[in-house]
Write a protein that binds this ligand. Structure first.
Ligand code: ATP
Ligand code: MG
Length: 402
């Protein structure tokens, strides 16, 4: 009989979870897996207490694995062959779990979860190794093998696996509530978004655009970034805020040195308004202390002051190199470094204040009636739902849907 990989075995992350939290974790993970794997409607799922199994029905195993590798809450996973708990079936499956024609080094690692199984782990290891040695030029290397073949003996079935692939870690998106992330076209905020999702928080994004000072390309770049990180939670809603009128009013009414500070205070007010509207409990940004003038603690203090909602800053203490390493890993870096103007960069004052004073902010903000403009920004935000799309034609279709 010719065996092939007909299962994927999923190992949960954060195994310390117990009781109800664990049930929520598993329930959410199952929901997210089904959502992410929608393009493969014939797959079946079985979520147990310490493992989840995905049953393939002819789907391409590598394609399914590549989707699974982006689902948070998984520590590792393995394509598996499932057989009955009978020795000859197990040995046949071990034989077909690797390519016998292309030898390397291997080791067998059997584990009996069912202690009633008549063959002990050591014995299984020996028998399985013998089958491979007899039928191929593969060699045993117990210290540094090219391939480790796992044999997991359960009561009702035995799973044979030759690959342990790393999962995305973290918690299933959604177990940690919802947050509104300020998404610019830069390097930091897509990384902050990814880290929020990794901790199980479902995100929506807000982007401030100032047309015609910012171009359609700048906006498209942000939507592209959102598409790139969308697979981690299925899809992402981005609220594009028309910021021009409010931004210009800042420049007309306040000294240039305070423009960036006041602009950020306005951004926070709008973000909080949208967050409340969308049932989010927190705001998140890609701010990193000390990185630029607007990111001193004094500045963070006066900007934070306008909202009552918690502002989370996942990259606040990271070095730029560390942030860039994550951006490369998640594939956003190349898009982030495309040179399109951001609404923050067009109005950049020659000498922005690095230690803004709260009294000054309050004094300047008394000079004009900005509240209705903030409300307009919240009301007029354009909300776009994005998911990962390969081609421009697919993107077009996605936007037409709204
Ligand atoms: P990034 O790489 O994320 O743009 P940055 O190092 O360029 O960060 P700033 O431009 O000072 O830093 O922005 C700090 C944070 O403010 C960003 O990480 C983002 O969360 C938010 N932000 C800045 N500009 C915008 C914008 N146009 N729309 C939405 N959020 C923004
Ligand atoms: Mg920026």
């Amino acid at each position: 009989m010719d065996y092939h990989y007909d299962h994927i075995l999923i190992r949960y992350g954060e195994l310390s979870l117990k009781g109800k939290n664990r049930q929520n974790f598993i329930h959410k993970l199952l929901e997210n897996m089904k959502k992410a794997l929608k393009p493969f409607p014939a797959l079946e799922f079985d979520a147990g207490y310490d493992r989840m199994y995905v049953y393939l029905h002819g789907e391409d195993c590598d394609e399914v694995c590549s989707v699974i590798s982006k689902v948070f809450g998984i520590s590792s996973f393995s394509p598996a062959i499932k057989v009955k708990p009978e020795l000859d079936e197990i040995l046949e499956a071990v034989k077909s779990s690797i390519d016998l024609e292309h030898p390397g080094t291997f080791k067998i690692q059997a584990r009996r979860h069912d202690k009633m199984f008549p063959h002990k782990s050591d014995e299984l290891n020996r028998l399985a190794a013998t089958v491979i040695l007899k039928n191929s030029d593969w060699k045993v290397d117990v210290h540094n093998p090219d391939v480790t073949i796992l044999i997991e003996v359960r009561q009702d079935a035995v799973y044979i696996m030759a690959k342990k692939l790393p999962g995305a870690g973290g918690f299933p998106v959604g177990v940690g509530g919802r947050a509104m992330v300020l998404l610019s076209g830069g390097i930091d905020s897509p990384v902050a978004s990814y880290l929020m999702m990794k901790k199980g928080v479902h995100i929506e994004c807000v982007h401030f655009a100032a047309p015609p000072y910012t171009s359609a390309q700048a906006r498209d770049k942000v939507l592209d970034l959102a598409r790139l990180i969308a697979p981690y939670q299925g899809d992402i809603v981005v609220h594009v805020v028309p910021f021009t009128t409010l931004q210009l009013s800042i420049y007309q009414n306040a000294p240039e040195s305070y423009a960036i500070t006041l602009m950020r205070r306005m951004m926070m007010r709008i973000a909080q308004g949208l967050a409340e509207k969308r049932h989010c409990l927190a705001i998140a940004t890609g701010e990193s202390v000390g990185q630029v003038a607007s990111q001193t603690l004094e500045s963070v203090f006066v900007i934070n002051h306008v909202v009552s909602m918690p502002i989370l800053r996942p990259v606040v203490c990271m070095d730029k190199n560390e942030i860039i390493a994550i951006a490369r890993q998640i594939g956003t870096y190349e898009t982030s470094i495309q040179p399109f103007e951001d609404c923050c960069t067009i109005f950049t004052p020659k000498s922005p204040v690095t230690k803004p004073k709260l009294e000054k902010c309050l004094e300047y903000e008394k000079r004009w009636d900005w509240q209705p403009m903030v409300q307009d920004c919240i009301d007029q935000a354009e909300s776009i739902r994005l998911s990962f799309k390969e081609t421009p034609a697919e993107k077009q279709e996605e936007e037409d849907l709204f």
